[in-house]
Design a protein around this ligand. Sequence first.
Ligand SMILES: NC(=O)c1ccc[n+]([C@@H]2O[C@H](COP(=O)([O-])OP(=O)(O)OC[C@H]3O[C@@H](n4cnc5c(N)ncnc54)[C@H](OP(=O)(O)O)[C@@H]3O)[C@@H](O)[C@H]2O)c1
Length: 259
Amino acid sequence: MASLNTRIHDWSRQRVWLIGASSGIGAALAQDLLSAGAQVALSARRADRLETVAGDAAQALVAPFDILNKDGWRDRYADICARFGGVDLIIFCAADYHPERSWEVTSEGAAHTLAVNLGSVYTGLATVLPDMLARGSGGIAIVASVAGYLGLPNASVYGPSKAALINLAELLYADLHPRGLGVYLINPGFVQTELTAKNTFAMPALQTPQAAASAIRGGLSDGAFEIHFPRRFTLIIKLLRWLPYRLRFALMTHLVVPT
Ligand SMILES: NC(=O)c1ccc[n+]([C@@H]2O[C@H](COP(=O)([O-])OP(=O)(O)OC[C@H]3O[C@@H](n4cnc5c(N)ncnc54)[C@H](OP(=O)(O)O)[C@@H]3O)[C@@H](O)[C@H]2O)c1
């Protein structure tokens, strides 16, 4: 079957801007893409961590900023264009996560998580899309989560932000694919990172960031729209989503609802 996006055969021709590259999946993916020959601009707030991730790779550019700062997007994009000549693929991988039950959420905390996980993606899109649309080429990759497939306790703000990102990726594909752009939706299961170190419950099918990076690069290379892994876990969660609510809630109570 034909892939939904153009396959990426030659990473040495790709100029990638990776948002959230200082730790976890983003750091592993930055190193994986650099090894494959891509030019990679690494962004996040912790510049020292970005330097470590970049190592001595000649085709890396460390571009630290806070994604809640609109001027930061404009300034770093200008830096990247000055060095690389443009961006072929932007990967939105940054996130804020606080495991909390619904009664523990504060409006300030919710606003912050939504701004990092969702609002920043709109600012990033407004930054890169005009040039991509003018060229009629480029790619947008959004890291959402299986937590966006269905409402899971503990992911009180994170889950809704990821559900919104899944929705956003779907509409972006409909909007941008006919204009020559690629759109990729990345839905990982559990990966061992600083983010999931906050979890106190058992995480089934936990993967390393390197395995996640490899699955993501494989999916991008294959031109997949949705890249989800590990399938032995994500397919079960997808199945739960299609069950009638009565059955879904009953199963979730046994499987995933923390006390
Ligand atoms: N780990 C999992 O099991 C899992 C599962 C599904 C989906 N995901 C998704 O995968 C992505 C990566 O998660 P991870 O597990 O690798 O988490 P992580 O290690 O905590 O990485 C999060 C990244 O986001 C960056 N970030 C956060 N706030 C930022 C801000 N205001 N400005 C700039 N950068 C910011 C962090 O960098 P600084 O702190 O240096 O700014 C860091 O690079 C996220 O979108 C997450 O939702 C993870």
